[in-house]
Design a protein around this ligand. Structure first.
Ligand code: GLA
Length: 390
């Protein structure tokens, strides 16, 4: 789709900026970003593409090309969540509207805009399609407003919008990755200190994403419940370890000593988080040592923990992981993102990509009767904005 042409067809003039914000996969460190842990995501070559121009009247007009839907709302009436005609904003518009709301709250200049956008990040597949929309719009308002703000800070404002406006208490990983991705690299992101650095994947490896086709919605899901369970675990564990601020602060050994005092469900949730944080440390060492096999083993262990302890997997994702385990070229596989549906991520030997992908599609069909979309991904750069020159 030529987004410039679509923009001109809809609005009758040219856009002034084009913005591109990628989705992401998370290689390891799942459900740890709201527990102060370290995550290892990578931006992927699937993205939201947005074309915009400023509008003078404080009105935001959006055309979501993939949905074939449009909406217009006033920036001075964001709190009411109504469109220009007084109808409730559609769900998909809450993401850009939430970003505008959060940017204004942060004291940044946000003006009216006319926008069209399209995305090849599948929606509800655990590849952060909504964070990519948020980051794209935040970068568009930054470009239109002419103000300066680094990408990490921009990501934090998007997260604020998601918490306060959309109502999902997500961590920072998705917005961060879409904003700060580095071509050819995973990102080692410490969600407590907010320090990060790109890390190269082991030589000769590739990332394959396998989409189960099962969709989830984050807002209506058990995501917020999982987060609440972690917070309860912290409160309970503070009796034994005063000064504990988050599950990041407890080692696997300490956890083994205190976990029996936790109610069963909370213990399981917390055990996943504490051990996953530990796995990420080992995984970072594996990357430094270019040890794909060790890294892959940690991915398999991460999946088991998400399935049995955190209980966010579904049978289709378990099938994808089990089939992948028996295929040539596999190092590791696990569900990626929040879970409850969506995709697995696979670290494979790049030379075996074709055979691996075919085998995974076949195996998934045999076990479930369903078709999976399976593709090789490139670790990609974060958000970019280009002015159109006429
Ligand atoms: C979603 C959230 C992230 C993170 C993952 C689970 O993608 O948006 O912040 O918590 O789930 O790791």
């Amino acid at each position: 789709m030529n987004i410039h042409k679509e923009y001109a067809r809809i609005y009758g003039h040219s856009p002034t900026w084009q913005v591109c914000a990628p989705g992401r996969v998370n290689l390891l460190g799942e459900h740890v970003d709201y527990n102060d842990g370290v995550v290892l995501p990578a931006a992927i070559d699937r993205a939201v593409h947005l074309a915009v121009a400023p509008a003078a009247d404080g009105v935001v007009q959006l055309h979501a090309l993939d949905l074939g839907e449009q909406v217009a709302f006033r920036l001075d009436a964001l709190e009411r969540r109504l469109d220009l005609e007084g109808k409730p904003l559609p769900g998909w518009a809450a993401y850009p509207a939430g970003v505008a709301w959060a940017l204004i709250e942060a004291g940044l200049m946000v003006g009216g805009m006319q926008a069209v956008y399209t995305s090849d990040v599948p929606i509800g597949a655990g590849l952060s399609s909504s964070a990519a929309v948020e980051v794209a719009f935040a970068a568009a308002w930054r470009a239109l407003g002419g103000w300066q703000l680094d990408n990490l800070s921009l990501a934090r404002i998007c997260q604020r919008g998601e918490h306060a406006y959309v109502g999902v208490h997500s961590g920072l990983m998705d917005q961060f990755t879409s904003a700060c991705g580095v071509e050819g690299h995973a990102l080692c992101f410490d969600t407590r200190s907010l320090e990060w650095r790109p890390l190269a994947l082991p030589p000769g490896t590739g990332i394959v994403v396998a989409d189960s086709g099962v969709r989830r919605t984050l807002a209506g899901s058990a995501y917020n419940d999982r987060r609440a369970a972690c917070e309860q675990a912290v409160v309970l564990l503070q009796q034994y370890k005063p000064g504990l601020r988050s599950l990041r602060d407890i080692s696997t050994v300490e956890f083994a000593a205190y976990s029996e005092y936790l109610p069963d469900e909370i213990r399981r949730r917390a055990e996943h988080v504490v051990k996953e944080i530990h796995r990420v440390q080992q995984a970072v060492n594996a990357l430094r040592g270019e040890d794909a096999r060790l890294f892959g083993g940690l991915m398999f262990a991460g999946h088991k923990s998400l399935r049995d302890l955190y209980q966010v997997s579904i049978p289709e994702l378990d099938v994808l992981v089990e089939v992948a385990r028996g295929l040539p070229g596999i190092y590791g596989a696990r569900l990626t993102g929040a879970g409850f549906g969506g995709c697995t991520v696979n670290l494979i030997e790049a030379a075996q990509a074709e055979v691996f992908i075919e085998g995974l599609i076949d195996g998934y069909r045999q076990h479930t009767g369903k078709d999976a979309r399976v593709y090789l991904c490139r670790a990609s750069a974060g958000v970019t904005a280009f002015p159109y020159t006429i």
